[in-house]
Design a protein. Structure first.
Length: 84
């Protein structure tokens, strides 16, 4: 998946995000002030995943590459579960 970098301001906080879209999924990898990354995935069919949800274990990633890999794995898991 190809990502584009963008910066936005939300309540005075600069959000640094890498945004990618592919095959019905949109992914946002956000770098937080402490330098860690979170993953947000939305599928057109309504499925959503947020690495920072309590249900997900409030997972963060140390590098952009780790966050990208985690996003790919979650999408593959979702596709496999849907095919069952």
């Amino acid at each position: 998946m190809d990502y584009r970098y963008q910066e936005t301001v939300d309540w005075g906080i600069i959000k640094r995000e890498w945004v990618g879209e592919e095959a019905g999924y949109s992914v946002i990898l956000e770098r937080h002030e402490e330098g860690r990354f979170t993953v947000e995935i939305k599928e057109r069919g309504g499925w959503e995943y947020y690495s920072y949800w309590k249900a997900s274990g409030q997972v963060t990633y140390a590098t952009l590459e780790e966050a990208q890999q985690a996003a790919e794995e979650k999408i593959q898991q979702h596709k496999a579960a849907r095919e069952k």
